[in-house]
Design a protein around this ligand. Sequence first.
Ligand SMILES: [Ca+2]
Ligand SMILES: [Ca+2]
Ligand SMILES: [Ca+2]
Ligand SMILES: [Ca+2]
Length: 189
Amino acid sequence: MEEDIRGPKKFIIAGAVTLLILVVAGIIYFVVRRNNANQPASEVNQNVNVNVNQIVDVDINTNEPAVVDEVDSDFDGLPDVEETKIGTNLYEPDSDNDGVFDQDEVQIYKTNPLSDDSDKDTLGDYKEIFIWRTDPNKADTDDDGFSDGVEVKNGYNPLGRGLIEDAPPGTFNLEGNINQATSTNQINQ
Ligand SMILES: [Ca+2]
Ligand SMILES: [Ca+2]
Ligand SMILES: [Ca+2]
Ligand SMILES: [Ca+2]
């Protein structure tokens, strides 16, 4: 009977000890593993945070001036920064009110956006560019000794020899409008 009782007892004690060892080992394993896993994770987080912060800093630094550069208060295509440098009105797309937008004057026609007559030949930039097709930056476009303004005022062709009235149909007349074939014929007759 005693042996019968001792047998299972031994087994129970052995089993309990084994279980205890397993549990302790398990806890140790779990704790060690958790510590190992946490440490690199926190380091990674720190790295990510540093990188993200650096990227954000860089983005802010590069984007801030770019955004400022692109501000165009009067939507004339010339950024405020550029207008401030040139001295044109940030809130007026045609600062000199000559009919040619600031951006076009600066970037296309190279005329003075602060003067309605860039070459001071008494023929305005708009008329030179869009009507007479003369050089808005050259007072005497055809180099004949008479300024564009004087020629037009006196009825002479600012782009060559002769009178405006003699200019072929499809060019311009005294008012700066396209010549009609009939009026030219009348003049010729
Ligand atoms: Ca502008
Ligand atoms: Ca203008
Ligand atoms: Ca002019
Ligand atoms: Ca001329």
